[in-house]
Design a protein around this ligand. Structure first.
Ligand SMILES: NC(=O)c1ccc[n+]([C@@H]2O[C@H](COP(=O)([O-])OP(=O)(O)OC[C@H]3O[C@@H](n4cnc5c(N)ncnc54)[C@H](O)[C@@H]3O)[C@@H](O)[C@H]2O)c1
Length: 457
């Protein structure tokens, strides 16, 4: 038997959120602010809470705890063992245990909390992010921003309307060597860049994640119904759960959303772009035989117009062969210019001149996550926009979602960025493709309807 849904619990004793039945519904929250209190924390201390205490949540937590001004008042997870582990690490670092809860809304009701870290699976980013903004909290949210394009725009609207500071976990942007490499591209050191390339390679053949059977119950201490949240109700399966949720479209966007969002983000930063003109994709599940429904082989080609002219960005992903491009790295970025090629990854970068037209330049690695966290903490005080503000994170995530949409519809699609809709080449709206910009929300877990222009209530 499937784990019993426990939505009443999610909705709270009053059932106050039960009304929404449409795909998009207004989702009120008791802590919605009414005054103009979009201001910095009142004193030098900043009080945070962690929502989602799995692998990345605890990694984020460790760096936040490096900052002496940070105190962690609460940790929240639908798996009690994960919140307990996070609470212990806070106690080890600060000598005081934070409160623990399964319901992020209890965290948002806590007035002393200035900001939250959202490190839940991708399908659970948008709703707590938006509720956090509505409750007057600033947000550090993991990448990719959203499960789908519509969610990301609603998140931008919420942050802007409520004047909240946001930082998305595309931390490469804060890495000094990534910034240096971007400046080389912008300063013309590579000549005219007409093609960029990003990739992720590994070899998981032949069985990948395997094919474990569905189970009648989730492990003890897990609120599985709340883990599923907006996604369709289904029996528990370990492969669709902690960590490996990212390989299933119900919860995430596969490898392109999980990893290319980091790489694509750097292409955007260096080339000065935010949206492609067109997208085409080929791929499928060709190399590994397991439960996942996202591709193990993928090639996406994007056409962009940049300030220095048009270029093509190509994303290549293989999970059945791990051989790298121009080296052995399983991931990377290349910028191909008329004067040189720049090869860039988390370990450093190198410029390979075309003949004698430019100098060979090399750089080692630089820290990325810690400066990203520090940037967020500084912006909490200054109220400036972060290095990876929600709008930046949204546009880098959209491009990944569009790769999946082009693959699903099996044709070249054209992106009308101003209206965030897909058209054909002549500008006619592509209804079939546009459906894939959103999702069906399970009753009780609808996306809050946030209109940036609507008056605050
Ligand atoms: N910035 C990076 O480099 C980086 C690296 C890894 C992962 N991530 C991102 O971090 C996020 C989490 O990934 P992960 O690998 O840590 O996954 P994970 O499965 O290890 O952790 C997710 C946690 O969220 C909890 N959770 C699920 N629904 C919840 C809810 N409604 N309320 C509270 N907690 C809930 C889960 O129980 C789990 O403990 C993903 O979006 C992922 O893409 C970012």
């Amino acid at each position: 038997m499937a784990a019993e849904p426990n939505r009443r619990d999610f909705l709270g004793a009053s059932g106050r959120l039960a009304a929404g039945s449409a795909a998009i519904a207004t989702f009120p929250h008791p802590a919605v602010r009414t005054g103009d209190d979009a201001k910095a924390p009142a004193n030098d201390k900043v009080t945070l809470a962690l929502i989602g205490c799995g692998g990345m949540g605890r990694y984020d937590l460790a760096d936040f705890l490096r900052a002496p001004e940070v105190q962690i008042a609460a940790v929240c997870d639908v798996d009690d063992s994960h919140s307990a582990a996070a609470a212990e690490s806070v106690e080890r670092a600060r000598g005081k245990k934070p409160s623990t809860t399964r319901d992020y809304r209890a965290v948002l009701d806590e007035k002393s909390i200035d900001a939250v870290i959202v490190a839940t699976p991708d399908h659970w980013h948008a709703i707590p992010f938006i509720h956090a903004c509505l409750a007057g909290k600033d947000v550090y949210c993991e990448k990719p921003v959203s499960h789908n394009v519509r969610e990301g725009r609603a998140m931008v609207n919420a942050a802007r309307r409520e004047k909240r500071v946001s930082q998305i976990g595309t931390q490469q942007r804060s890495g000094e060597h990534f910034q240096k490499a971007a400046r080389l591209v912008q300063d013309g050191k590579l000549g005219r860049v007409s093609l960029t390339r990003t990739w992720n390679f590994s070899n998981e053949a032949p069985d990948g994640l395997g094919k474990p059977a569905d189970e009648d119950h989730a492990p003890a201490g897990v609120d599985y119904d709340r883990w599923l949240g907006p996604a369709p109700l289904r029996k528990f399966n370990r492969m669709r759960f902690h960590g490996s949720f990212r390989w299933f479209f119900d919860y995430a966007a596969g490898m392109i959303g999980d990893w290319n969002v980091h790489l694509q983000d750097i292409v955007h930063m260096a080339m000065g772009v935010t949206a492609p003109r067109s997208v085409s994709a080929s791929g499928g599940k060709f190399a590994i035989d397991d439960l996942r429904d996202t591709p193990d082989t993928l090639l996406v080609s994007y056409e962009f117009d940049s300030p220095s002219g048009p270029f093509v960005q190509m994303y290549e992903m293989r999970k059945g062969n791990g051989r790298g491009i121009g080296g052995d790295a399983g991931h990377g970025i290349q910028f191909h210019g008329t004067d040189a090629t720049l090869y860039l990854d988390r370990g450093g970068f190198q410029v390979y001149p075309e003949g004698a037209r430019t100098a060979e330049i090399k750089s080692g690695s630089s820290d990325q996550h810690w400066p990203h966290v520090q940037n967020f903490l500084a912006c909490l005080k200054s109220r400036a926009r972060c290095t990876s503000d929600i709008e930046i994170g949204h546009t880098s995530t959209v491009v990944c979602h569009l790769g999946n949409i082009a693959l699903k519809v099996g044709r070249k699609i054209y992106w009308d960025a101003a209206n965030e809709r897909i058209t054909d080449k002549s500008g006619r709206v592509d209804d079939e493709a546009n459906v894939l910009l959103g999702r069906e929300y399970r009753r009780g877990f609808e996306l809050p309807n946030v209109d940036a222009t609507a008056p605050k209530n």
